[in-house]
Design a protein around this ligand. Structure first.
Ligand SMILES: Cc1ncc(COP(=O)(O)O)c(C=O)c1O
Length: 376
């Protein structure tokens, strides 16, 4: 048990159940990759990976090779795709990844040359997924480079096995994003055909993120890659009963009465309009409460008389916030506080207060907030 005053309680059963709900949307021959990058969106890499695998995911996806290796070190032998690496990886990360049987994303002839060189040195065939830039304008080979890369991959077949091809959607969660999604899907199909003409049939084509998994069954192909929804948040309105898996909780460090006119926190951006009961919650921007949410967020205080949502006042500090307990006269130091979790106050609410997205709220919870696993 940590001696820190706050904690993030992670429900592994929520992750398993959310994964199962997503898996149930898929055709029998479509696999589910659980995206566990960024420490599984703040939930804890290994515990989230295990929970998602228990819910029907058969693949894991991470940004960095380091995370993929940590999954292997934890004894997880499910296929893992790592998709973001630089030329520096050639000395250590790539050899370790290929030796550990980690699938690598590859989106340029320079990346192919690096993988080929390491595979040759190791005497082991590297497994790659060709990253296609179908319109995201980010990683991957652009449409006019696919044919050349495909020819090079065909020539490298002794060292490199093309397991699949993939791309990422830019607008699947935007209300008016359909035209771009459709254009990306067309570009994806064309590029996959070009590739398979040179390297043979592709075992795995994957394009859909959570949003497209929920809304575009025509784009599921042989695999979908879900992140956010596995953790219980839908990137767009949907009927699936997803349950947020992480609850950020703390307790009141101090409760005190202040007179009308009392300025609160740095800059006195809030001045109590009347005599007020204030409480201190030991969580601040160093824990991941975005300072931009100052004066706009709420928390739930679990007092003896019941659970009440109360407003945060003044600026969010590095380590603490001040909340207004005037509507909870029996609030006392030690009362439990929920900042977000399943129910009426989720990471989406904090994101709205901070002017950001739930993804950023979850992934910016700092490491000093201990993660506590709950099976409930
Ligand atoms: C390449 C890639 N695929 C899939 C995902 C999962 O997206 P989501 O969390 O919206 O399901 C991400 C996350 O940003 C990603 O970067």
């Amino acid at each position: 048990m940590s001696i820190m005053p706050s904690r993030a309680v992670v429900s592994t059963s929520a992750i398993t159940n959310n994964t199962r709900l997503l898996h149930d949307l898929l055709r029998e021959n479509t696999a589910l990759m659980a995206v566990v990058k960024a420490d599984a969106y703040g939930h804890g890499l290994v515990r989230a990976a295990k929970a998602a695998l228990a819910g029907g995911a058969t693949w894991l996806g991470v940004a960095h090779i380091e995370s993929a290796l940590r999954l292997r070190e934890a004894g997880i032998d499910a296929p893992v795709l790592a998709w973001l690496w630089t030329p520096d990886a050639i000395d250590e990360a790539l050899p370790r990844a290929i030796a550990a049987g980690i699938d690598l994303s590859l989106g340029s002839h320079e990346m192919l040359a690096a993988v080929q060189r390491v595979a040759r040195q190791l005497g082991k065939r590297a497994r790659v997924h060709v990253k296609l830039d179908t319109g995201m304008g980010r990683n991957g080979v652009p449409a006019d480079g696919v044919a050349r890369l495909a020819r090079m991959l065909a020539a490298a077949s002794r060292e490199v096995e093309v397991v699949g091809a993939w791309s990422h959607l830019a607008t699947a969660d935007e209300p008016d994003g359909e035209a771009v999604v459709n254009a990306q899907a067309r570009a994806f199909n064309t590029a996959c055909e070009q590739l398979s003409a040179h390297v043979g049939p592709l075992q795995l084509r994957h394009l859909a993120n959570s949003a497209a998994t929920l809304t575009r069954p025509d784009l599921h192909f042989e695999m979908v890659r879900c992140g956010l929804a596995i953790y219980g948040y839908a990137p767009l309105p949907c009927d699936l009963p997803l349950v947020p898996a992480l609850t950020l909780e703390s307790s009141l460090a101090l409760v005190k009465q202040v007179p009308a006119g009392q300025g609160v926190s740095y800059g006195h951006r809030y001045v109590c309009p009347s005599d007020s009961l204030l409480g201190i919650v030991p969580l601040g921007y160093a824990d991941g409460l975005h300072r931009a949410a100052s004066g706009k967020m709420s928390v739930i205080v679990h007092a003896r008389s019941g659970s009440v949502m109360v407003p945060q006042r003044g600026r969010i500090c590095m380590d603490q916030i001040v909340v207004d307990l005037s509507t909870v006269p029996d609030a006392a130091a030690g009362d439990r506080v929920t900042v977000f979790g399943p129910g009426e106050l989720t990471a989406k609410h904090l994101a709205a207060a901070a002017g950001t997205i739930d993804y950023e709220i979850l992934t910016s919870l700092s490491t000093r907030v201990p993660r506590v696993e709950s099976e409930a």
